[in-house]
Design a protein around this ligand. Structure first.
Ligand code: ATP
Ligand code: MG
Length: 386
C-alpha cells in the first residue's frame, strides 16, 4: 500500500502558504487492512479513516459516479485496484489534484503545477459538473487566492454557468451551501466570491436578492455591496459582520424592511448571531449613519432595540458593519467614523442610568421600566446637548 499527501496541503506547500490540515490518500489497501493497522473508520458513506495518533484523514483511493440529483446521488467505488490517477481525476481543480509521496515526489497528471504557475483555477474533468457545490468552492478559492493573481479559467466559468443554468444548485442542502458561504466570507477577498458567483449566474440561483442589487433601478447597490465586503475583510471583521455587510442593501425600499433578509437567513439556516445582526443592520443602518442628528427619543429606541444593556458586543458589531458601509461610500481608507463613537457614548450614557434610586422611591413593576426609560431619555437629551 502507498500513502500520498493530497489536495490543499500539496497546493499550499507549492504556493509557499502555511499548511494547516493535511489530507492523505491510500492506494492499494482495503478497509480491513486499514482497521487492522489501527486506523479508525469515520462516516458511513466514505471509505475514510483517522490516523490512530495524528487524527489526520486518510481516504482510500476511490472513483465516483453520479447516480442522481444532489450530493446524495453518488456511487463510490473504493478498492485496492483504484489508481492514484483515477482518484485524482474526480477532484475539483487541477491545483487540488496533485499528490506527493513520502519522498516528496509529485504526481501531477492533470498539470496542476502549470496552473499554479499561471495562476489559473481550472477544473480537472467534465465530471466537475456532477457536484454543484464545486461552483461555490471555485468561487471561494478565487476569493482566497485573488491576492496572488488567480483567476477562473474561461472553460471552467462556462461549466459553472451551465451548472447554474441547469438549476442543479437548488439541490444543495442549506448546510453544505452555508458552510461554503461562511468560509468564503472569511477569505481575504470575499467580494471576489460574490463577483465570481455573479459572473457564472450562480448568484441569481443562490442569492437572487443580492443579485438584484446589480440591476436597475439601483445601478450602484451591487458594486457598493462588494466594496462594503472588501472593507469588512480589510478590517478583519468576524463572520456575523461580513454576513450583515453582504445583506445590508436588501432592507431598502422593502416593506417590511427585513423581509428579504429574513428569507435569505432562513434559506441557508444561518446561525442565530449572523441572522440577528443582518436583520438589525438592515433595519437600523440609516439611523446609524445619521446618528448625530437623531432625536434623543429615536436614539433611545435604537439602544432599546439592541438591548445594549445586556448585549454590548452585538452593538459593537452593528457599529462595525455600519462603519464598513460608510468607508465604502467615502472610498477613503483612513476616514474617521464619528457616528461610531457617538453611538458608543450614547450607549454608555443610557447604561449609566442607575435603577436603584428609582426602587428606593418605591417604584415597582411595569412603572419601574417606564421610569427607567424616562431617566435614560433625560440623560440622552443632556448627552445630545453636550
Ligand atoms: P482548504 O485549504 O480549504 O482545506 P482543500 O483543497 O484542502 O482546501 P478540502 O475541502 O480540505 O479542501 O478537500 C481536500 C481535497 O479534496 C481538495 O483539495 C480536493 O482535491 C478534494 N475535494 C474536496 N471537496 C471536493 C468536491 N466537492 N469536489 C471535488 N473534489 C473535492
Ligand atoms: Mg483541506
Amino acid at each position: 500500500m502507498q500513502i500520498y499527501k493530497v489536495g490543499g496541503a500539496v497546493r499550499d506547500r507549492l504556493l509557499g502558504r502555511p499548511v494547516t490540515d493535511i489530507d492523505w490518500v491510500v492506494v492499494g489497501a482495503t478497509a480491513e487492512q486499514m482497521q487492522s493497522l489501527g486506523y479508525r473508520p469515520v462516516g458511513a458513506d466514505f471509505p475514510v479513516f483517522l490516523h490512530p495518533k495524528s487524527g489526520e484523514e486518510y481516504a482510500l483511493a476511490r472513483t465516483e459516479r453520479k447516480s442522481g440529483r444532489g450530493y446524495g446521488g453518488f456511487v463510490f467505488h473504493a478498492s485496492p485496484d483504484v489508481t492514484l490517477e483515477q482518484d485524482l481525476i474526480r477532484r475539483d481543480l487541477t491545483i487540488n489534484a496533485m499528490a506527493e509521496d513520502e519522498q516528496g515526489r509529485l504526481t501531477d497528471p492533470y498539470h496542476g503545477q502549470d496552473d499554479l504557475c499561471a495562476r489559473i483555477l481550472r477544473h480537472v474533468s467534465p465530471a466537475f459538473a456532477e457536484d454543484p457545490l464545486r461552483v461555490l468552492r471555485v468561487a471561494r478559492f478565487a476569493a482566497r487566492y485573488a491576492g496572488l493573481g488567480f483567476t477562473v479559467a474561461t472553460e471552467t466559468l462556462d461549466l459553472m454557468r451551465q451548472l447554474s443554468e441547469s438549476g442543479e444548485l437548488q439541490a444543495l442542502t442549506p448546510e453544505r451551501s452555508w458552510k461554503e458561504i461562511a468560509r468564503a466570507l472569511m477569505e481575504d477577498q470575499p467580494q471576489v466570491f460574490v463577483q465570481v458567483l455573479r459572473d457564472c449566474g450562480a448568484l441569481k440561483e443562490l442569492l437572487p436578492e443580492v443579485d438584484a442589487l446589480f440591476d436597475v433601478p439601483q445601478p450602484d447597490a451591487g458594486t457598493h455591496t462588494l466594496s462594503v465586503l472588501e472593507q469588512a475583510a480589510r478590517h478583519q471583521q468576524p463572520l456575523s459582520v461580513r454576513w450583515a455587510c453582504l445583506l445590508h442593501g436588501l432592507g431598502k425600499g422593502q416593506t417590511p424592511p427585513q423581509q428579504l433578509i429574513k428569507t435569505v437567513n432562513e434559506r441557508f439556516k444561518v446561525p442565530r448571531d449572523c441572522q440577528e445582526l443582518a436583520l438589525l443592520v438592515g433595519q437600523y443602518l440609516t439611523h446609524a449613519q445619521r446618528a448625530l442628528e437623531l432625536e434623543a427619543s429615536t436614539l433611545l429606541e435604537l439602544l432599546q432595540s439592541f438591548d445594549v444593556y445586556r448585549r454590548p458586543q452585538r452593538f459593537e458589531e452593528f457599529i462595525a458593519a455600519c462603519e464598513m458601509d460608510a468607508r465604502a461610500r467615502q472610498g477613503q481608507e483612513e476616514c474617521s467614523y464619528p457616528q461610531g463613537d457617538y453611538l458608543r457614548g450614547a450607549a454608555e450614557t443610557a447604561r449609566a442610568v442607575a435603577v436603584q434610586p428609582l426602587i428606593e422611591q418605591g417604584i415597582k413593576g411595569k412603572e419601574l421600566g417606564e421610569a427607567l426609560k424616562a431617566e435614560r431619555l433625560k440623560a440622552l437629551q443632556t448627552y445630545k446637548g453636550s
